[in-house]
Write a protein that binds this ligand. Structure first.
Ligand SMILES: Nc1ncnc2c1ncn2[C@@H]1O[C@H](COP(=O)(O)OP(=O)(O)O)[C@@H](O)[C@H]1O
Ligand SMILES: [Mg+2]
Length: 225
């Protein structure tokens, strides 16, 4: 089964005279681990936001888990994202007034599906943070008191909780040292393998690309001029 299907997808920012993206076709199968590469400003974040349902296509179709995204309301897109997607944004989007652990359990408050799959949500959050070497005192701290690299680990754990089918990551390792980066990749792959999640991963780091069986060059699939 294809988890992601793009068909003549076009995106144009409002007020612009030309498309930033025109992807005639792209299929990603369930369980695939895909690395998306492209120059800065080439539209990687825009594409991930389209996949996550934060932006809607100017034309064409996005099907995720065989649902047609183009025709869904914004409420339905939010519901779908909460139930089926773990998203690691470039700016993390953590909630400042919550602790690290509370940030990680957040998706389980919005999605009964993610809550059921995670079992004991707090225990599940602690396990993920523990694996990313965020110890107890940091787990209970407000996220604003954490370093950028520690916040990135919280964002990663939040994306993994409750076994979402699709994990989307936008340069999630940019603030990590190489040891933490490697543990992160190991955790991501072992979790994704266990729950058969599909990973779509954007990064500039060529060391990470080596771990991915499929590397997509955005300039090769994007026909926008
Ligand atoms: N909110 C916005 N409004 C208008 N143009 C934008 C907006 N966000 C990004 N862009 C433009 O879209 C292009 C692609 O940006 P982006 O997807 O962030 O690239 P990348 O993630 O590959 O660095 C850039 O030219 C950028 O200036
Ligand atoms: Mg970007």
């Amino acid at each position: 089964m294809n988890i992601v299907e793009l068909d003549q997808l076009r995106y144009r920012w409002q007020g612009q005279s030309k498309d930033i993206l025109h992807i005639p076709e792209l299929n990603i199968a369930q369980g695939e681990h895909v690395f998306l590469r492209g120059e800065s400003g080439s539209g990687k974040t825009t594409l991930l936001n389209l996949l996550a349902g934060i932006l809607t296509p100017s034309d064409g179709h996005i099907r995720l888990l065989e649902h047609d995204f183009h025709h869904a309301s914004s409420m339905k897109r939010d519901r779908f994202r909460a139930d089926h997607m773990g998203v690691i944004f470039q700016q993390f989007n953590l909630l400042p007034y919550l602790s690290a652990t509370e940030n990680v359990t957040l998706p389980c408050h919005f999605s009964a599906r993610r809550r059921d799959k995670s079992g004991d949500t707090e225990q599940s959050a602690i396990q993920l943070l523990d694996h990313l070497q965020l110890d107890e005192s940091l787990r209970n701290s407000m996220v604003t008191s954490l370093s950028v690299g520690q916040q990135q680990r919280v964002a990663v754990a939040r994306a993994l909780i409750g076994q979402p089918e699709i994990i989307i990551a936008d340069e999630p390792t940019s603030a990590l040292d190489t040891g933490t980066r490697d543990r992160f990749i190991e955790l991501l792959f072992s979790k994704a393998e266990a729950q058969k999640s599909t990973i779509i991963f954007v990064s500039h780091d060529p060391h990470i690309a080596e771990h991915f069986p499929r590397v997509i060059e955005l300039s090769e699939i994007n026909k926008a001029l």
